[in-house]
Design a protein around this ligand. Structure first.
Ligand code: NAD
Ligand code: DAU
Length: 366
């Protein structure tokens, strides 16, 4: 039986991971440490057999106390500021949480485990954005691709990756790191492209496409990501990093068109949706794509990400199971079936934040 400390476990990927791990390892103990920032949500853990401790990863004394009292032998580190646009508006929180927070965790883990001579694993969840941006015909990111982060977010994640590496190399902490591409799926906070555009479509609000919409991302269903992380934790070699991808490289415009077509299809098949969402164009037989609006590009916007996950496949047997089309349809269905979840977010402090920072630009909460 293992005892896991999952940081950021009340966020999007962390809560999906807790669901995955507790279903596949019912005898393990899972403690979530989460500050419940705007992105964290108690409701994401509803019904899950995990303890939620509300606290800050930067609080080294708290982390030490949790490792000790829960006899933690595995840390799975998701907690972060995760939104690129927010990092452009205000980088400080990204340095605080992603760099200093990761370092506080590493210090507590080293003290408890290396100094105490205990078997352990520190798994760090990172991003493909640390590798920078690709040209149209460049090969996909590999684990040995040089780091070239371009946004304050990716720079802070790169710094945290380097600290994890250093704690393995210098102090012998048993670490693994995974770098993955863009996740999507249930519980995705509606500031990111897919959930934002789902909710805007339902509300008849514009779909703000940055620049020409031809930026490419490699879409990874969150359940595939969680299976990949679990495989790294169980079988990954200490000190190694593993890329995890979804095998679904698509330009944003294709993602948006696919989503709009799926919404139109569901409304055409189910008249109850028009009653629930009368402002959606699809409610009156108009295409959802009529909401597409090209807006000023994100500063420093990375053009293309693509993941080469051959190492995870060869060493861990990892392969994504979801196709993008079926994963997106399942995700859309989840948002239609969980209106209470997203209404709780849109009616809360998120609306105020959007009004302050985006000055009237239409988003899910606008
Ligand atoms: P998220 O923003 O949905 O959740 C982050 C969670 O961390 C929230 O629950 C928040 O309350 C918590 N948190 C923030 N600061 C904290 C602090 N100081 N102490 C404790 N908890 C804190 O993020 P996500 O999309 O679930 O991403 C999880 C991890 O995966 C991040 O490290 C992110 O960089 C990485 N990642 C995400 C994606 C993606 O597509 N979402 C892709 C690659 C990597
Ligand atoms: O690649 C992994 C990264 O994916 C993670 O490390 C980040 O935590 C995660 O947020 C995500 O970053 P992106 O910036 O790629 O995701 P986002 O959903 O913000 O944007 C996806 C693409 O869509 C990107 O090219 C910007 C574009 N976009 C986004 C928004 C929110 C738009 O065109 N309009 C929008 O309103």
């Amino acid at each position: 039986m293992a005892s896991l400390l999952v940081t950021g476990g009340a966020g999007f990927i962390g809560s999906n991971f807790v669901a995955h791990w507790t279903a596949t390892h019912p005898n393990d103990r899972v403690t979530v440490l989460d500050l419940l920032t705007y992105a964290g949500n108690r409701a994401n853990l509803d019904g899950q057999p995990a303890e939620l401790v509300v606290g800050d990863i930067r609080d080294e004394a708290l982390v030490s106390e949790l490792i000790d009292s829960r006899q933690v032998d595995t840390i799975v580190h998701f907690a972060a500021e995760s939104h690129v646009d927010r990092s452009i508006l205000g980088p400080d929180a990204f340095i605080e949480t992603n760099v200093l927070g990761t370092h506080a965790l590493l210090k507590a883990a080293r003290k408890a485990w290396v100094d105490g001579g205990k078997p352990h694993r520190f798994h760090h969840v990172s991003t493909d954005e640390v590798y920078g941006t690709l040209g149209p015909s460049d090969p996909a990111f590999r684990e040995d691709t040089p780091y070239a982060p371009n946004s304050p977010y990716s720079a802070s994640k790169a710094a945290s990756d380097h600290l994890v590496r250093a704690y393995h190399h210098t102090y012998g902490l048993t670490t693994t790191t995974s770098n993955c591409s863009n996740n999507y799926g249930p519980f995705h906070f509606p500031e990111k492209l897919i959930p934002l555009f789902i909710l805007n479509t339902l509300h008849g609000r514009s779909l703000p496409i940055y620049g020409d919409g031809m930026q490419v991302r490699d879409w990874l269903h969150v359940e595939d990501h969680c299976r990949g992380i679990a495989a790294v934790i169980q079988h990954g070699r200490p000190g190694e990093t593993y890329n995890i991808g979804g095998g679904a490289e698509l330009p944003n415009i294709r993602v948006i068109d696919t989503l709009c077509a799926e919404v139109d299809k569901l409304f055409a098949a189910d008249s109850a949706l028009a009653e629930r969402f009368p402002d959606a164009p699809a409610a009156s037989g108009k295409p959802s794509s009529s909401l597409k609006t090209f807006v000023t590009d994100r500063p420093g916007h990375d053009r293309r990400y693509a993941i080469d996950c051959h190492k995870a496949t060869a060493e861990l047997g990892y392969e994504p199971k979801h196709s993008f089309e079926s994963g997106l349809a399942q995700t859309l269905r989840w948002y239609l079936d969980h209106e209470d979840w997203w209404r709780g977010i849109l009616d809360g402090s998120y609306r105020q934040w959007v009004e302050t920072n985006y000055g009237g630009r239409q988003t899910a909460a606008g």
